[in-house]
Ligand binder design. Structure first.
Ligand code: ADP
Length: 520
């Protein structure tokens, strides 16, 4: 039976457990790729948000450039007034420089110190000198129809310079520069855009590139630049960058949470399937064991029936042939046939009893019974049998036992099964002790023999149907069907009682049937 069972186990493992296990390993191996995919989707989303802010800053400065160009063109002589008005309107702009048709001009905010004006002018001159090629390119771009805004390093802390080409009223191309207060530019000009793109989905902050100090944030909380996984430089303010983060969970958190949810689900699914496979395997194992026990039962019963049938056949044939003349011999033959017939009907009754109990068709007829008298009767009926087996049966009835509500026929069957076994498994000491008594709330019947005994590991199993001890030190060759003790167990369960078994190898066994005195 072991090999087909092992095959079933392997098959179950393949059918039930392997697919989810494959799926698990597939999921785990895919995890890294999935994580990268989700990460790249989110990264591009975040980048596009930052891009829109940068684009917006470019649009603002381009708008300023157009305005300044118009001011210069429309009011060539009084450009100063227009540009000054422009500076007043835009608080982040400190100075506007331009150089058109060889004329150089610079306009500062009203409260600008003389020192600042001088250093501003020298910065502009320095930029013109050091970036000749770039300025030439900006002019070419403009002539080609595109105005590029070029940020330039000023060396002046907190200030940014935006350089672009422009045309004066004469149509010649000059160069213009705006000196902006970087922090003001961020808070006054980019603030609304930062707020509008961040909404309640992201934290979006502008901070200094080196110190990572926050300049402006979409949120009231101060967040250091270190807390942002995604950062990008501001195109027009090289010393500053924008950082973005999802509000609440980060992408890593979400990917990890998703992975762990999946892994837990798979683990739970695997456990359920492995459990299911285990139960199916156990069920199949039990069914196969039962099938094997049933086939052993059929062969055991056939053997048990064959012996009395052969004896009856032989003795009746001899009598029929008229070979026996001696009357006493004849009587002895009749007695043998009678005994063997009784044995046969005993076996058949036992099987019928068993099948009735198994199918739930045996109805118990409870009646108030005197246990001592019932046992006295059973022992008396068995006296002849004891004598034939050369066995002594002692009865120790307890005094003053109360009447008890039992089915006397069923208890007789149970006791006879125990007595039969005591006779069957006895060895040299041919003695059976039967006693009654009370133990707490129970009345008990005890049947004790001095036979082969039952090994500890089999003591629970002997009450299972068809089970017989055929292995180990105490394996026996006695005939039997393996249903006697299971009948006893079922009868006692129907009486809400219990069975106790004490047995020692080679010393005998003691079976105790307990009945509750007050049944509910
Ligand atoms: P059977 O006796 O027909 O085999 P039972 O159900 O009555 O079936 O008993 C089951 C098994 O328990 C027996 O085969 C035997 O191995 C063991 N057994 C039962 N009673 C005794 C006993 N008194 N002494 C030793 N072994 C016993």
């Amino acid at each position: 039976m072991k090999k087909p069972l092992a095959n079933i186990g392997i098959l179950l493992l393949l059918i039930i457990a392997m697919p989810p296990l494959f799926f698990t390993s597939y999921e785990v191996s895919n995890y890294y790729q999935n994580e990268q995919m989700i990460d790249s989707i989110y990264t591009s989303q975040l980048e596009s948000v930052i891009f829109s802010v940068n684009q917006y800053s470019d649009d603002i400065v381009s708008g300023w450039a157009n305005q300044i160009e118009q001011d210069i063109q429309n009011a060539d002589t009084s450009a100063a007034a227009f540009v000054s008005a422009f500076i007043k309107r835009n608080v982040s702009i400190r100075t506007v420089f331009f150089m058109c048709s060889g004329k150089q001009n610079s306009f500062h905010t009203l409260n600008t110190s003389r020192a600042f004006k001088t250093s501003g002018d020298s910065i502009f001159n320095g930029v013109l000198e050091n970036n000749v090629a770039m300025i030439e390119r900006l002019k070419q771009y403009l002539e080609a129809g595109y105005r590029k805004i070029q940020p330039v390093e000023t060396g002046l802390p907190g200030y940014s310079l935006f350089l672009f080409a422009c045309r004066d009223s004469g149509g010649s191309t000059g160069i213009c520069a705006l000196l902006a207060d970087s922090k003001k530019f961020i808070s006054e000009n980019l603030g609304t855009k930062i707020q509008s793109v961040a909404r309640d989905k992201f934290y979006l902050s502008a901070f200094e590139l080196d110190s990572e100090t926050e300049i402006y944030s979409s949120d009231l909380r101060k967040v250091s630049g270190k807390n942002f996984e995604h950062k990008q430089k501001l195109w027009l303010l090289p010393g500053y960058q924008l950082g973005i983060r999802l509000k609440g969970e980060t992408i890593e958190d979400m990917v990890q949470e998703r992975m762990w949810t999946n892994i837990w689900l798979i683990i739970i699914m695997d456990l359920i399937l492995i459990l299911a496979a285990f139960f199916v395997y156990r069920g199949v194992h039990q069914q196969m064991k039962l099938a094997q026990l049933k086939s052993e039962f059929v062969s055991n019963v056939s053997h048990e029936i064959r012996t009395p049938l052969a004896i009856i056949n032989m003795y009746s044939e001899t009598l029929e042939m008229g070979r026996i003349k001696d009357e006493s011999k004849k009587m002895e033959y009749y007695r043998v046939i009678h005994n063997e017939t009784n044995r046969l009907s005993g076996i058949v009754n036992k099987i019928l009893n068993f099948s009735k109990i198994e199918s739930g068709n045996r109805e118990m007829k409870f009646t108030e019974t005197n246990i001592n008298m019932l046992l006295q009767q059973i022992i008396q009926n068995y006296q002849h049998h004891f004598k034939n087996e050369g066995l002594i049966c002692n009865f120790y009835p307890a005094g003053h036992l109360p009447l008890i509500n039992i089915d006397p026929d069923a208890i007789t069957d149970a006791t006879i099964n125990l007595i039969d076994n005591a006779i069957k498994y006895s060895t040299d000491k041919k003695q059976i002790d039967i006693s009654t008594g009370t133990d707490g709330n129970n009345i008990f019947i005890e049947v004790k023999d001095y036979g082969i005994g039952i090994e500890e590991k089999y003591q629970k199993l002997v009450f299972d149907k068809f089970f017989r001890v055929t292995k180990g030190n105490l394996a026996h060759k006695a005939k039997g069907s393996g249903i006697g003790l299971s009948i006893v167990k079922q009868i006692i369960i129907a009486h809400q009682g219990s069975i106790g078994l004490v047995s020692k190898a080679g010393e005998g066994s003691k079976f105790r049937l307990n009945f509750p005195i007050h049944k509910t």
